[in-house]
Design a protein around this ligand. Structure first.
Ligand code: DI6
Ligand code: FE
Length: 424
């Protein structure tokens, strides 16, 4: 075939491809093939369309035996770098205390801030690495990681350095996000506007001067920051040329989605209390709605994000773990596919789009990730399933059989038992 590259490093044949692009469900290509050269996909099509002289043109031919291949999964919202855990708050909530009450009493995010400030870089790395490995074993090849448990210069930078080190030592692309406006640190008690000044004048410039973050997030909420305060953080991000995203409408409607949309945000996340006006604003701005069923479930929330409205207004919906110690202690993105379907009524196809093509858009990397197509990064996963709906259908049976990241095959079971760390 004329469009097949002259040379390729490897080709996978007899695969069922969920390309997540094109008009068919899942962008499916049955009995498909996919060629890789270096770190890129260079050809996608039917096995029957491969050139007759294939053997002479590719380094290795792998028979996928009709397994399914999807794009590498993308977890576009996590807080997985932190120290300690909050199991005792879980117990308090089971006895009737609410997440907000615990936060107002000085627990919640602040208790993780105390633990994270006390942890050195190696300890933070050692605690965060197994959490990331849990995600990777299920086919995650790109993960977003937020700061926000430091809230001072040293600890915010340390968290972001640990995020970078995780990406340098494990086969995953890490997208670090600065979340200085996550909670009010105790030294600024009663002076939240002063803390916003500190973020805009000191913290954000320090983080961005060192290239430690590629986006800026905030928590716009009664127990977080007001809309005008969020707006100031966004303006500072804009001055520094960084895209923004927002924890919006998680516990109440603060009009955060409208604010995020007015800044052309990459995403607005949570959205249980999103209004119709908020949906329209997201649609108009092309901002992705990131749904976090783990936090909805873990907090016993009953108000669901307005999925029907988002669908009607064609707002792309992503799905993520929100992996964090307080509201979503979750290390499985596949479990989130199931919960997005059962709790929020996404279709299995929408859920898979939520962790591939739409998650890529939520991170601003859709030009290179999230679909199987020539020219994209060779990040993909081979699954022992007969239909892609199975990825959302069950929980806890990991059907991931092989991960290819930037064209290289990864063997996860070996990594888990390799306690020395570093690249497998
Ligand atoms: N919303 C959340 O669900 C997480 N952060 C946020 O702004 C929770 C973080 C935590 O409780 O530690
Ligand atoms: Fe979050």
């Amino acid at each position: 075939m004329s469009d097949f590259p002259e040379k390729a490093d490897a080709v996978w044949v007899h695969a069922n491809l969920a390309t997540m692009t094109g008009s068919l469900p899942y962008g499916r290509i049955e009995n498909g093939a996919l060629a890789v050269t270096g770190s890129r996909i260079t050809w996608v099509g039917k096995t029957a369309r491969l050139p007759a002289d294939l053997a002479g043109r590719v380094g290795r031919v792998h028979d996928a035996g009709r397994k399914w291949i999807t794009p590498g999964l993308i977890d576009c919202h996590t807080h997985l770098v932190y120290s300690g855990n909050r199991a005792s708050e879980f117990e308090q909530r089971l006895e009737g205390a609410s997440y907000e009450e615990i936060a107002r009493r000085g627990g919640g995010i602040k208790s993780t801030v105390t633990a994270t400030r006390a942890a050195d870089e190696n300890s933070l790395y050692a605690q965060s690495r197994p959490r990331l490995l849990s995600l990777l074993q299920e086919g995650v090849t790109t993960v977003e990681i937020k700061s926000g448990y430091g809230l001072d210069i040293d600890t915010e930078m340390r968290m972001l350095k640990v995020a970078r080190r995780l990406g340098d030592t494990l086969p995953v692309t890490v997208m670090p996000t600065f979340l200085g406006a996550h909670a009010l640190p105790p030294e600024f008690d009663g002076r939240s506007d002063d803390y916003i000044d500190f973020i805009c004048r000191d913290l954000l410039p320090r983080v961005t001067d060192q290239g430690l973050a590629v986006a800026v997030d905030a928590f716009c909420e009664t127990i977080g920051f007001s809309r005008p305060q969020t707006e100031r953080v966004f303006s500072a991000a804009r001055r520094r040329g960084l895209p923004v995203k927002l924890h919006a409408e998680q516990l109440s409607d603060m009009g955060g989605a409208e604010l995020a949309a007015s800044f052309g945000a990459l995403s607005a996340d949570h959205l249980e209390y999103l209004s119709e006006a908020g949906v329209r604003a997201l649609a108009g701005a092309g901002t992705v709605a990131v749904l976090l069923p783990g936090a909805f479930y873990f907090l016993g929330e009953t108000q669901k994000p307005p999925v029907d409205r988002l669908r009607r207004h064609q707002v792309p919906m992503a799905v993520a773990t929100d992996c964090n110690p307080g509201s979503s202690p979750v290390g499985s993105l596949l479990a989130m596919l199931n919960m997005a379907c059962v709790l929020f009524r996404l279709t299995p196809e929408e859920a898979l789009a939520g962790v591939t093509c739409h998650a890529a858009r939520a991170l601003g990397i859709h030009h290179r990730a999230g679909i199987l197509a020539a020219g994209k990064d060779a990040d993909f996963v081979i699954w022992a399933i007969e239909d892609p709906a199975e990825l959302a259908y069950s929980m806890g049976f990991n059907p991931c059989r092989q991960v290819i990241r930037k064209g290289r095959q990864i063997n996860y079971p070996q990594m888990v038992f390799n306690t020395k760390g570093g690249t497998p």
